[in-house]
Design a protein. Structure first.
Length: 258
């Protein structure tokens, strides 16, 4: 049967999945943080070179590692949703190199698009002076495109879609649910801010970062990341599945199991 996309149902389902798999998701988040810090260490202390080509290679390697971690986390969530009642192996949550490169390509395309906007903005400033309205328009366009294409990573993981195919699929499932999708991401931002506020307040009230080294802020970031990242990613994956099935005139028993 046809099931319209619901913000309330999406958040409730995401919360149930998070509660059932909280330990697994937290452990994998910690592993992701550790791998990221290792990569950052090598970048800062080993690959120190003024050569532009070397720097570009390091940036691309970082993008590949970060994309692989992100995709593996998404794949883990989908696996937990689809295989709740039976065992799965570690290999089941590992994305392929092709998936990773497809995701990196999309990130590079958006990087080029943002660079193009910056270039056009500089031309406008030089020709007509600073324009707040034009900058606001640029920001709205970028945010709109990001919101419409955010589920492309889900299609890469779930359907092994190619870059442009995944972007097209993401635009299709958000076409009739744009404002509901916007509502989901407003909730995501609200969750991230609500968790961040008490952390900052505690640091300032108790003057926990007086040493000036930034260790407390870094520790606070880790805590904030571990508290928000799993829930945010689960919301995105559940929203993706709900949006897909809202466009199919079939019985979505799979979504009802999550």
């Amino acid at each position: 049967m046809y099931h319209p996309f619901s913000i309330t149902e999406t958040i409730a389902t995401a919360w149930r999945i998070l509660k059932r798999n909280f330990i697994t998701l937290i452990v994998y988040s910690i592993i992701s943080l550790f791998v990221y810090e290792v990569v950052d260490f090598f970048n800062n202390f080993i690959f120190i070179d003024d050569n532009r080509i070397s720097q570009l290679i390091v940036v691309l390697l970082q993008m590949i590692v970060q994309a692989y971690l992100a995709l593996s986390f998404y794949k883990l969530i989908l696996t937990l949703m689809d295989r709740e009642f039976y065992e799965f192996s570690f290999r089941d949550i590992l994305p392929s190199l092709k998936m990773t490169l497809n995701f990196v390509l999309i990130a590079l395309l958006y990087g080029v698009l943002i660079a193009l906007f910056v270039f056009v903005n500089l031309l406008v400033e030089r020709s007509f002076g600073a324009s707040v309205l034009f900058k606001l328009l640029e920001l709205i366009i970028i945010l709109y495109l990001l919101l419409r294409s955010i589920f492309c990573v889900c299609f890469i993981i779930d359907d092994d879609s190619k870059p442009f195919e995944s972007l097209k699929q993401s635009f299709e499932i958000t076409k009739d649910n744009f404002f509901k999708t916007l509502g989901i991401f407003a909730i995501i931002i609200a969750v991230m801010v609500l968790v961040l506020i008490p952390v900052i307040v505690l640091i300032n009230v108790f003057h926990l970062d007086q040493d000036g080294e930034g260790y407390i802020f870094k520790l606070a970031f880790y805590c904030w990341f571990l508290l928000t990242f799993p829930f945010v990613q689960v919301i995105i994956m559940v929203a993706y599945r709900k949006l897909v099935y809202s466009h199919l005139d079939v019985d979505d028993d799979i979504t009802e199991t999550v």
